[in-house]
Design a protein around this ligand. Structure first.
Ligand SMILES: Cc1cc2nc3c(=O)[nH]c(=O)nc-3n(C[C@H](O)[C@H](O)[C@H](O)COP(=O)(O)OP(=O)(O)OC[C@H]3O[C@@H](n4cnc5c(N)ncnc54)[C@H](O)[C@@H]3O)c2cc1C
Length: 589
């Protein structure tokens, strides 16, 4: 069964996941009105289904190849990229001054989900370019913007993100790549970066690397890191790619998944120095890179949703075809489709509702990013910015955990066939695994949520988020329908648990920071399931009011009664679990 883009479901989530008067239905998106969103989402769906999906399994088998410093992508990849450029997809959210369409992140997120469901390994390349566009548009000098932005926005050139070094993964304090000043204002870079996604490939005429490095007189630690733009080919003044820069790909990793995405070891400057230009100010590079990383963190959260959706579709189709056993009371002939068994139903409902909850969180995050730019009132823009900051680690980590769990359930639904590569269920599981690791591991996301995001505005941002969820709960409480009565109790329980755990975190952060950190991951999970449960309830309420997407009511009910009910346990892990976590010191002595 090949992937079918769930356009109606995604458009509904864009309009209603964030609640009434929010999301696409909320008035700050004139550019999505009058059917514009529907038209673009449907066009993006065709690119996903017709161009990207057929390349997914063959690409996984073929992988990317390195020979004599040249990386060849899988057969069909370059043609698909040509059609990406023709479609103008690379500039969807890019500024109009640079040739982009200036469309909202909400729409981009919807498209990114579909494209990634169809082919995650391929979409990493455009996703990273989109992050670089954001970083350059915000922090690049006018000269850099003039020379590079239009080419990346058109898709003619791609871009990469170079942070990781062998000794510097989660901890960027340890970065060693160095940059030296040239008299003409440019810089020369020397060092090695590892795991660079699409660091080298054959789909574009040039590759623009955004590289973190240290200047000789830089202060130690992360306050001494600068960001440089280092192109593969040095462009001439008319913008055409000129001389080859002093950088090269020396190796490709053999990976568990996303096999068609080249993961490169990059060496800069072993022939005299790779020429680069500063982005933003010296020693302030991490802040600029965070523009790119925040964009990419939402994108990676959406990878979890995307794989979750594709895995669910495949499992649901298989469960209708495969026949085994007969459930009690089954009236049909012979063996029943496995979809008739209660345990398989549980797996399928878990897959679909978890994916829908993670989608709701990602779209809320995208909406908050858009509102932080689009709301007319400055204070509202500021609140939306804080909301985006708060939700980004949740979108990334909860989204990718869901992607992993759902892909694994997808294999389980297939039984032995799931373990056999032919079905494609195993590829989803292999591809999904990395999403919880890169762009800041999910552990690092949980630490970010607890230590940086909960204290935003003295706790006001998280308090506003919980109040928003309580408003949804109140609306659920005003409805008589039995499905909503079933949502009410578990959702209320999840919000109480989140409030309790949040209070504990805010109190403990200063007094016993290691105890707070011990509970960071269950806290993020708790946040995700409360926020996801409230998002699903918003959509169920809209479905009830409008008579559309009736399955949303069943999904909200299932999620409340089977997932939200885990909240008390998670809260207890946060508030009471620290000592048992620290016992690792004795257990592993
Ligand atoms: C396929 C692939 C593609 C990638 N693409 C890119 C790319 O394009 N550009 C790029 O720059 N990088 C890229 N990366 C690198 C990726 O971002 C890192 O692997 C990731 O940030 C984790 O770093 P690490 O591997 O060094 O793990 P480590 O930092 O060594 O972490 C190991 C474990 O320790 C935990 N840990 C580490 N520090 C802490 C802490 N302070 N508190 C609590 N727990 C901690 C982590 O959560 C993790 O579980 C890619 C990696 C892969 C595998």
């Amino acid at each position: 069964m090949s992937y079918r883009a769930p356009t109606a479901e995604i458009l509904f989530a864009m309009a209603h996941a964030a609640g009434p008067g929010r999301g696409m239905a909320g008035g700050v998106y004139p550019d999505l009105a009058d059917g514009a969103a529907v038209a673009i989402v449907e066009q993006a769906a065709r690119y996903a289904e017709d161009v990207l999906a057929p390349l997914n399994q063959p690409g996984d088998k073929a992988g990317a190849r390195l020979a004599n410093g040249v990386v060849s992508t899988a057969p069909g990849w370059a043609d698909a990229y040509g059609r990406w450029i023709e479609g103008g997809w690379a500039g969807l959210t890019a500024p109009e001054e640079a040739g982009g369409m200036g469309l909202p992140h909400l729409l981009d997120s919807a498209c990114l989900e579909m494209w990634t469901s169809a082919n995650m390994a391929y979409m990493l390349c455009p996703m990273l370019s989109a992050g670089a566009i954001d970083a350059l548009a915000r922090h690049g000098s006018p000269d850099l913007q003039r020379l590079y932005l239009p080419k990346i926005v058109s898709g003619e050139w791609s871009a990469t993100m170079n942070l990781t070094e062998p000794q510097a993964g989660s901890d960027l304090n340890a970065l060693r790549t160095r940059a030296e000043r040239n008299p003409d204002g440019s810089y020369r870079l020397f060092g090695q970066k590892i795991y660079i996604t699409y660091g080298e490939h054959d789909m574009t005429d040039n590759i623009v690397h955004l590289v973190l490095a240290r200047l000789p007189d830089a202060p130690a630690g992360t306050r001494g890191i600068s960001l440089f733009l280092v192109p593969k080919f040095l462009p001439s003044q008319d913008g055409s790619p000129g001389a080859r820069n002093d950088l090269r790909c020396t190796g490709l990793e053999h990976k568990m998944g996303i096999n068609a995405s080249p993961t490169c070891t990059m060496v800069y400057g072993d022939g005299g120095g790779a020429v680069g230009w500063l982005v933003g100010e010296e020693n302030r590079g991490l802040a600029c890179m965070f523009t790119m990383m925040n964009n990419a963190r939402l994108g990676v959260g959406l990878q979890g949703v995307a794989i979750g959706e594709a895995a669910t579709q495949k499992a649901a189709a298989f469960a209708q075809e495969r026949r085994q056993g007969r459930p009690p009371g089954y009236a049909g002939e012979g063996m029943a489709p496995i979809a008739a068994h209660a345990d398989v139903r549980r797996m399928l409902m878990t897959m679909k509702s978890m994916t829908a909850a993670a989608r709701a969180i990602c779209l809320m995050t995208a909406d908050a990013i858009d509102r932080s730019h689009r709301e007319p009132d400055a204070a509202t823009r500021q609140q939306a910015g804080e909301r985006a900051s708060l939700l980004t680690p949740v979108a990334k980590a909860f989204g990718t955990d869901v992607g992993n769990e759902v892909a694994s359930l997808g294999v389980q639904v297939h039984g032995g066939m799931g373990y056999i590569e032919e079905t494609g269920a195993a590829q989803y599981m292999r591809d999904a695994r990395i999403a919880a690791i890169y762009e800041g591991t999910n552990g690092i996301q949980a630490i970010d949520l607890v230590t940086r995001k909960l204290p935003l505005s003295g706790g006001a941002a998280v308090a506003a988020e919980i109040a928003d969820m309580r408003e949804t709960l109140a609306r659920v409480g005003r409805l008589d329908a039995p499905a909503f009565a079933a949502v009410r109790g578990p959702l209320a329980g999840a919000l109480d648990a989140l409030e309790r755990a949040t209070r504990y975190m805010l109190e403990t952060l200063q007094a016993a920071p290691n105890d707070a950190l011990a509970g960071a991951t269950p806290y993020l999970r708790l946040f995700g399931l409360a926020r996801g449960g409230a998002g699903l309830a918003n959509m169920a309420l809209a479905a009830h009011e409008r008579g559309e997407q009736p399955q949303m009511i069943a999904l909200a009910q299932f999620f409340a009664q089977n997932v939200c009910v885990q909240a008390d346990g998670l809260a207890a892990m946060v508030t009471d679990g620290a000592a048992s976590v620290h016992a690792a010191q004795e257990a592993f002595a």
